[in-house]
Design a protein around this ligand. Structure first.
Ligand code: ATP
Ligand code: FE
Ligand code: MG
Length: 351
């Protein structure tokens, strides 16, 4: 089955064509991502109005490129999927409207995809991971531990009580005068820094409930930076390294707690899966690799290009739903808020 997927929930305009045959991994025939880095750089974050306009301008070209690189015509598609949320409503409307129009033209089913479920199912696209698995979803807007039991079947085991992990990286970058998005910048600066120079807190460490808290860590970085200002280049490197070390410890400890809870409720997970933009962080990946080895589980973390937002994950999530006979009506409304645990209860979905 061939599915076109569109992603416009935040600051990436993306389209991809993916093939799904049987239960194994999928095949990515094209994956075109146009990031809106310059548009938002001056503001140190994503400006919703600018994002929506940029999606309108870029989407046609991105779709055309995805179809031509895949060498697939509209009528060869078995369905058209778009991320219907959660995200910035202006951008979601752009992608959703385009996907519905293409579905009408191609006379093929339309699928409304939950952006978080798309991150969650990426491990099946790349590695054919079997259900159930333990998922760490860590991105700019979310930090959750989830039991993925099936398509549309998610149980949230833990979540952040304040900032998301990617958000903490972004805020630390901003306070240190580094660029946006902050995650890759902080990671780059951390490689030259001393992770032991600052003893930052590890919030929630040792708690049985697999929840996260990151705002105290972020504040500790700010206070340390203010204390030693003006900052030398080496100070910035050391602050980044010490922050990243604390964040990494927190992630490993929280995933361990999530694994315990998962095993108690659902038995052994087939794998531990990391997804979302923060899964690109090498320090966090290495810590998860160590933890998985210790627990005797396989760690599946998508290749870097599939960690951040992309169309392939949307196309794949669409294909997974189509394979179960699920599709959506053309009046499916955007869902700026759409928690993953109610993906299954999507009222627009029909069997
Ligand atoms: P969501 O998926 O929750 O709607 P989003 O779409 O903004 O949010 P992604 O695009 O999946 O999230 O990820 C972007 C986030 O990942 C940003 O906060 C960014 O700083 C962070 N990130 C990207 N690369 C790295 C890295 N190497 N280390 C740490 N964080 C990173
Ligand atoms: Fe995302
Ligand atoms: Mg993004």
């Amino acid at each position: 089955m061939l599915v076109l997927g569109l992603e416009t929930t935040c600051d990436e305009t993306a389209a991809a064509v993916v093939r799904r045959e049987g239960d194994g991994p999928g095949q990515i025939l094209s994956n075109v991502v146009r990031a809106q880095l310059e548009e938002h750089a001056a503001f140190g974050g994503v400006v919703p109005e600018i994002a929506a306009r940029a999606h309108v301008e870029a989407l046609d070209g991105v779709i055309a490129a995805a179809l031509s690189q895949a060498n697939v015509g509209l009528r060869e598609l078995d369905g058209v999927a778009a991320a219907a949320g959660p995200g910035l409503v202006g951008g979601v409307i752009v992608g959703l409207t385009a996907a519905k129009a293409l579905a009408i033209v191609a006379q093929k089913p339309f699928v409304a995809v939950n952006h978080l479920e798309a991150h969650a199912l990426t491990a099946r696209l790349t590695d054919g991971v079997a259900f159930p698995y333990l998922l760490l979803l860590a991105s700019g807007g979310h930090t959750q531990l989830i039991a993925v039991l099936g398509v549309g079947q998610h149980v949230r085991l833990g979540t952040t009580v304040d900032d998301a992990l990617g958000e903490a990286f972004d805020k630390v970058a901003k306070m240190l005068g580094l660029g946006y998005p902050g995650g890759p910048e902080v990671e780059r600066r951390a490689t030259g820094g001393d992770p032991a120079r600052f003893a930052f807190p590890r919030p929630m460490f040792g708690r049985a409930e697999p929840d996260f808290s990151l705002s105290g860590l972020k504040t500790a970085v700010r206070l340390a930076a203010e204390r030693i200002a003006p900052l030398s280049e080496q100070d910035v490197d050391d602050l980044c390294a010490s922050f990243q070390a604390a964040a990494t410890d927190v992630v490993a400890n929280r995933v361990r707690a999530g694994y315990r809870l998962f095993s108690a409720r659902f038995g052994l997970p087939s794998a531990i899966v990391a997804a979302g933009g923060v899964a690109a962080n090498q320090s966090i990946r290495m810590a998860l690799k160590r933890l998985s080895g210790e627990l005797g589980r396989r760690l599946v973390a998508p290749p870097l290009a599939l960690c951040g937002d992309n169309g392939a994950m949307i196309a794949w999530a669409g294909a997974e739903r189509l394979a179960l006979g699920l599709s959506d009506d053309l009046d499916f409304a955007p869902r700026p808020r759409w928690p993953l645990d109610i993906a299954a209860a999507a009222p627009g979905a029909k069997a």
